[in-house]
Design a protein around this ligand. Structure first.
Ligand SMILES: [Zn+2]
Length: 251
């Protein structure tokens, strides 16, 4: 099955097995619908607050509404979607307070990850830094191509990759939903003109990690996350009309 979204990019296996239905043709179809919607949300083609109409999704994917309801339930368990009683499903919209708390939690976790990464043995550190550098090259290519959706997805994946390579699976697991929720906060509160994570800032963090300079890596990571948070305008509230079929199938 495909697992390429920012929201679920590098989920630890134990989490995946806990949340995924048993493999079957129906479950595979549901997972593909899940991934398509999650990718559209991660790439911010479906902004926070967008109503996800069961009927429209069922017709878009050519499946029953019951199957769509199961997918929406899975998405709500990941906090990507909010289910409102008698009103249906919406792309989750974090409150300004929740956005601040998510970034505060990320700073704590990613500070520990930077320290942990910088303390790896030199050979492991060099190998991990090479993987991160290759990832940043993909971020640069997406930015150069003007592919905003890929840029957004790769930005989130960079942080998840640092977490995974730092070698604490529990922290990496905690980080994953926080990255998803900060992606939604950014979608809700960042002006369209502002950039996401700058690849140059990621590259500077990699250099410090590779050098084993824990103090510098921690400082750069903290400054980088503060920079992303400070770009949020917490009184923004635009809700454009969304054509689900066009966004999800490119129709
Ligand atoms: Zn970043």
């Amino acid at each position: 099955m495909r697992r390429t979204t920012t929201l679920r990019a590098t989920a630890p296996a134990q989490r995946a097995s806990a949340t995924r239905p048993p493999a079957s043709r129906a479950a595979t179809a549901e997972r593909q619908i899940f991934d398509t919607i999650a990718e559209a949300i991660a790439g911010r083609r479906l902004p926070p607050g967008t109503k996800l109409t069961e009927e429209q999704l069922a017709s878009t994917f050519g499946v029953s509404r019951a199957r769509i309801r199961r997918v929406l339930l899975l998405l709500s368990q990941e906090r990507i979607v909010t289910l409102k009683p008698n009103r249906g499903a919406y792309v989750a919209r974090p409150t300004p307070q929740e956005a601040r708390e998510v970034f505060a939690a990320r700073r704590l976790i990613e500070d520990d990850m930077a320290a942990r990464f910088a303390a790896l043995p030199p050979a492991a550190r060099a190998a991990a830094a090479r993987r991160l550098t290759a990832h940043v090259e993909r971020e640069r290519a997406a930015a150069a191509a003007g592919d905003r959706s890929a840029s957004i997805r790769l930005s989130g994946e960079f942080h998840q990759l640092v977490g995974t390579l730092a070698g604490n699976a529990v922290l990496a697991e905690l980080l994953e939903p926080l990255i998803a929720r900060s992606s939604l906060a950014i979608a809700a509160y960042q002006p369209p003109s502002a950039e996401d994570c700058a690849p140059d800032e990621h590259a500077a963090i990699i250099t410090a990690l590779q050098d084993g300079d824990a103090a510098l890596a921690r400082r750069l990571m903290a400054e980088h996350l503060e920079e992303v948070e400070h770009k949020l305008v917490l009184d923004g509230d635009a809700e454009p009309a969304i054509d689900l079929k066009r966004v999800l199938l490119g129709a």
